[in-house]
Ligand binder design. Sequence first.
Ligand SMILES: [Zn+2]
Length: 106
Amino acid sequence: MTDRKSELETLRADLTARLSRYEAHQHREGGALDKDFEEQATQTQNDEVVDSLETETRAELAQIEHALARIESGVGDECESCGEAIDPRRLQVLPYTTVCVDCAED
Ligand SMILES: [Zn+2]
């Protein structure tokens, strides 16, 4: 379980770093859009991609925080939905999960 926690903390650090790269991209620190028109079109497309990546990353991060909070309160390996123990193999594959396989399928 300690392993799972440190794994989650590593994941969290990774995602946080990724998020600040996305934010830097979005705010483009230092600049207007490129003068070249074609380049501009590509950048706009990139922005949309980065936008959805950012949303995705935020959701993942929230899930990780949530799993970590449950670990902190000593219920990290209990299913949030039914209260049964979550299969350790499942936690190994999905360290950020907070529900057992049965509840995840519902
Ligand atoms: Zn369950």
